[in-house]
Design a protein around this ligand. Structure first.
Ligand code: FAD
Length: 477
């Protein structure tokens, strides 16, 4: 069976590698000159910068990356983070997200003494969700086989989650929650569920609040090491990963895709196609042949967020901090994003030149249609706000910076080819609105952060495990 994967993001590469291992003939086409997409590492003026993702979770014994590594017999170049996964800096307090569960308990009891019962509920729900994900829970089912497998993947203990189905995380917050506790929860949910507590699905939100204690890693040489390892494994095992191959169009015949045509006018035929793309990008490739369901979806689904980033090259001796990830909320009474909440990641202290990535959520559409000056001013103002936030978490940050680069949703649109620069998958507001991998065409499937469970290298790996199994079931060799 011949598989063509469009895009060498973590989702596309993982699914391709798993199918290659099942005996498929696999080719991955990537528009860029390196793999990883939003989780790539790139070099500029001799400095190594992260494209987006900086913190890798899901490496615990049952975690998706661990399961993929075991199945493929490969090793990702990762080192466990042992102290704090990250620190959230609020105006009045800094909360350490300790990896160690007991230390974390002490932290929340000290910083938020009223919150013990909330965290107990969160941990019970998270356990259910992570156990389901470890059993490749095929949600939402896309085929009859998946629908039949769904009840088997459930266990009686999952029943404790039933009363929370359809609830928002805000309903679970303690009555005594003040603005600080809410901002802490919201900032953490925004980066991991793409929605704050008033909108985030309670079960999903409970599971991602557990991320710091679910095998968080530092990737040696940069986050791109995950994608590089997968791409090298594919090539070493007889598959192909071809760079500078931007797919421009998909050719369809009678409800099936027949070939992908690249900008260089190369034509690749296959039996099955995997699109490591957003629905909007897929619609662009299909043009008039896009199924009505896909056209409707791109018109009606709420947009994904955009990201604004500042990359900094730093004089290492001026930034001695060993905790590498920080999150700053400047005003707990104002909406998050737009520089009011900033996630800051440093490369490890052992690096001779340290680099940092500062990121904040923005509305992608707000960055379209601006004149040259307006765009430059908007970038400069937001970068300035974010640098002030960085200064709060890491005093001396500005003085240590030797080089600054900014990236807006337009930058993401250019480099990752995601329309409008929409990143991070769909906000996880309701399990009933979760998107599966189906596209409306028989032999074309989506993979990546547009499908449930959405964003993060761990999330897209779960999606890839599910899609590889689904395709294996539909097309037995
Ligand atoms: C600022 C930021 C910070 C983040 N932080 C974290 C974090 O700390 N931890 C974490 O786990 N996740 C984080 N994420 C999310 C994570 O990076 C993504 O959810 C994940 O990497 C997306 O993977 P994907 O499989 O959907 O593919 P993408 O990363 O979207 O990759 C798709 C690939 O397809 C290629 N492509 C697109 N169109 C075409 C075409 N027509 N032809 C050929 N190739 C094409 C692109 O070049 C790209 O390489 C962050 C994201 C951003 C933007």
């Amino acid at each position: 069976m011949k598989l063509l994967t469009i895009g060498a993001g973590i989702g596309g590469l993982t699914a391709a590698a798993l199918l290659l291992q099942q005996g498929w003939d696999v080719t991955v086409l990537e528009a860029a000159t390196y793999p990883g997409g939003c989780a790539a590492t790139f070099t500029h003026k001799g400095y190594r910068f992260e494209a987006g993702a900086t913190l890798a979770g899901g490496f615990d014994p049952d975690g998706p990356h661990t399961r993929v590594a075991q199945r493929l017999g490969l090793q990702f170049p990762v080192e466990p983070i042992r102290d704090a996964a990250w620190v959230t800096h609020l105006p009045e307090a800094s909360i350490h997200q300790w990896v160690d569960a007991e230390r974390w308990r002490e932290e929340y009891l000290t910083k938020f003494p009223f919150s013990a019962r909330f965290w107990q509920t969160q941990q019970r729900l998270a356990k259910v969700a992570w156990n389901l994900s470890a059993r490749d829970f095929p949600f939402p089912p896309a085929t009859l086989q998946e629908a039949l497998r769904l009840p088997l993947a459930l266990r009686p203990e999952a029943l404790i989650a039933a009363p929370y189905l359809g609830q928002k995380m805000a309903n679970l917050l303690p009555q005594q929650s003040g603005a600080d506790f809410r901002a802490f929860i919201d900032a953490n949910l925004l980066i991991s569920a793409q929605a704050v507590s008033a909108q985030a699905d309670a079960l999903y939100a409970a599971s991602v609040l557990d991320l710091p204690r679910r095998g968080v890693m530092q990737v040696q040489g940069g986050m791109g090491g995950i994608a590089q390892t997968l791409a090298q494994w594919i090539v070493a095992n007889g598959g192909q990963v071809l760079y500078r191959q931007r797919v421009e169009r998909l050719e369809t015949v009678q409800g099936k895709v027949r070939a992908a045509i690249t900008a260089r006018q190369n034509r690749f035929e296959a039996d099955v196609f995997l699109a490591n793309l957003t629905p909007w990008a897929l619609e662009n490739l299909l043009g008039a042949a896009a199924p009505n369901s896909l056209k409707r979806e791109t018109r009606t689904r709420p947009a994904m967020w955009g990201a604004f980033v500042v990359h900094a090259a730093l004089q290492a001796e001026k930034i001695p901090q060993t905790i590498t990830h920080h999150q700053v909320v400047t005003d707990v009474h104002q909406p998050l994003g737009n520089g009011n909440s900033v996630f800051i990641s440093l490369s490890p202290p052992a690096d001779s030149t340290r680099t940092a990535l500062l990121s904040t959520h923005v509305r992608a559409a707000d960055w379209q249609g601006l004149g040259k000056t307006e765009y430059a001013d908007k970038k400069a103002a937001l970068a300035q706000k974010m640098l002030l936030a960085a200064e709060r978490a890491l005093p001396g940050f500005g003085a240590a910076a030797q080089l600054l680069l900014t990236g807006s949703p337009r930058t993401y649109e250019f480099y990752t080819r995601r329309p409008l620069g929409m990143v991070g998958g769909f906000p996880q507001t309701s399990l009933f609105a979760a998107r599966g991998p189906q596209t409306g065409l028989q032999n074309l499937w989506l993979v990546g952060d547009s499908i449930f469970p959405g964003q993060s290298t761990a999330g897209v790996t779960l999606g890839a495990l599910r899609v590889a199994r689904l395709l294996g079931e539909r097309n037995p060799l």
